[in-house]
Design a protein around this ligand. Structure first.
Ligand code: GLN
Length: 198
């Protein structure tokens, strides 16, 4: 096993504990990432839901932003859910002016775009190539409004992609860590293992 065998979970704010649990349930060692050196033994990183503006600020004060950006540039696989997806997007619409993102995947996302009145909703999605519906929880979710040519939609909701991937990045508008269904995390761990083998 390589020195970097852990699945990092960014643990500055938001729903990180549920991701940590899923990673453990799937037989992998999670590592909560709060400081730059926590990244050292991580082969991949999950960015949870929460509040992207707050996380952006905390990434700077904890001096994690630049080391994470460097690891992403070096090919570390990353998976962002909800606010985490906003942090990974190349372009954030309706963001705060000082909000930063890693531009790790070529998508435009609009914050809180599923409407403030219906803050949260649940629905069944179809995963590409899988007949079994996936129950998905959306909480003040960002909407993907544009996808680059190298980005693939793995699930859609009302005509908009809600789960996407590129070579080493996955992003979801919803919260797969809040349901018992592990398929989305399994997809990410497969991606991690594929990137590792290349
Ligand atoms: N609306 C939040 C944001 O802009 C995301 C919500 C979530 O992660 N559940 O960061």
């Amino acid at each position: 096993m390589s020195a970097r065998a852990r699945i990092g979970v960014l643990a500055l704010q938001g729903a990180f504990a549920a991701h940590t649990e899923v990673v453990r349930r799937l037989g992998r060692e999670p590592r909560e990432v709060r400081l730059p050196h926590d990244l050292d033994d991580c082969e991949a990183l999950v960015m949870p839901g929460g509040e992207s503006t707050t996380m952006s600020k905390l990434l700077e004060t904890s001096q994690l932003f630049d080391p994470i950006a460097k690891r992403i540039a070096d090919g570390m696989p990353v998976f962002g859910t909800c606010a985490g997806m906003i942090l990974l997007a190349s372009n954030v619409l309706d963001g705060r002016d000082d909000q930063r993102s890693f531009a790790a995947i070529d998508i435009d996302v609009r914050r809180n775009a599923y409407g403030r009145q219906v803050d949260s909703f649940e629905t069944d999605l179809t995963l590409s190539g899988d007949a079994e519906p996936l129950h998905a929880v959306f909480i003040r979710a960002p909407r993907i409004e544009r996808m680059g040519a190298n980005v693939m939609a793995l699930a859609e909701c009302d005509g908009a992609p809600v789960l996407v991937r590129s070579t080493s990045v996955m992003a979801a508008s919803f919260h797969p860590e809040l349901t018992d269904d592990d398929r989305v995390h399994r997809m990410f761990l497969e991606l991690v293992d594929t990137v590792e083998r290349r």
